[in-house]
Design a protein around this ligand. Sequence first.
Ligand SMILES: [Zn+2]
Ligand SMILES: [Zn+2]
Length: 300
Amino acid sequence: MKLTVLGTSASTPSKERNLSSILLNFDGLNYLFDCPEGTQRQLMKAKASYMKIHAIFLSHFHGDHILGLPGLLATMSMHQRDYPLLVFGPKGIKEKVNKALELSLLKVTFEIKSIELKQGKILEEENFFVECFKLNHDVPCYGFVFREKDSLGKFSRETALKLGIPEGPLWGQLQKGKKVKVEKKVFNPKDVLDESKKKTGKKISFVFDTLANNSYVEKVKESDVLFHESTFLEKLTERAKETKHSTAKQAAKIASKAKVKKLVLFHFSPRHKETEKFDIEAREFFGNVTAAKDLEEIEL
Ligand SMILES: [Zn+2]
Ligand SMILES: [Zn+2]
């Protein structure tokens, strides 16, 4: 799994920083969290393929989080994408996607599945699932958890074949911890799995624009990495409250309560020129923190 912070600015881009979005690469596919203006060029600079984007998750409809969508869809079309794209967003996402297509004046070459966000599991695939939870912003806004599924142990094809379990769906079921039957004989997962190699899947959480509070601490609990918005420094705490955003210190307190392993701050107001100060203010309350730089990568 690789995470790339494509941008770190809030409201408007600055000379140093692109608007905020994060790319997650897992098992050969890309998942994009927010799609602001400038996303395409940041993807190129990160050497990440926009054609491999399987799903886009939009936290909310403020312009600094979605205005890259028309251009990205147009580019995918120009390059003859021919497989479906999932676009998740708050209520009204279908209309927003239609407007994006209208703006780019292009006939799309692929199917776009617009899916409205609701709390709970929104996507489940073979080896991961994505959950969504409400944040506290001045328009409906959501956070996400990307959770790799646990592995119950290393599967031995040799043993499976030796036991006479044919290759195919039965193997998958055993790997998921289910018993299977082959000609009246029952096999247990432990017959073919080396349980000493079992591992817990990685958990990555994304908290976009929000007033920091306890409502989502439980959701992001024990994340391997928590990306948390951090629009302001402490001296602008009042402004954070008014505009329903977080400060670095507040984000650090959430990370500490949720006992996450690593905190990555992003979405910095352009009025704060140097991001080091975010790092310093947060570190007082949570040790393993970094104020992200554009195009910073985290490998897990
Ligand atoms: Zn924002
Ligand atoms: Zn916003």
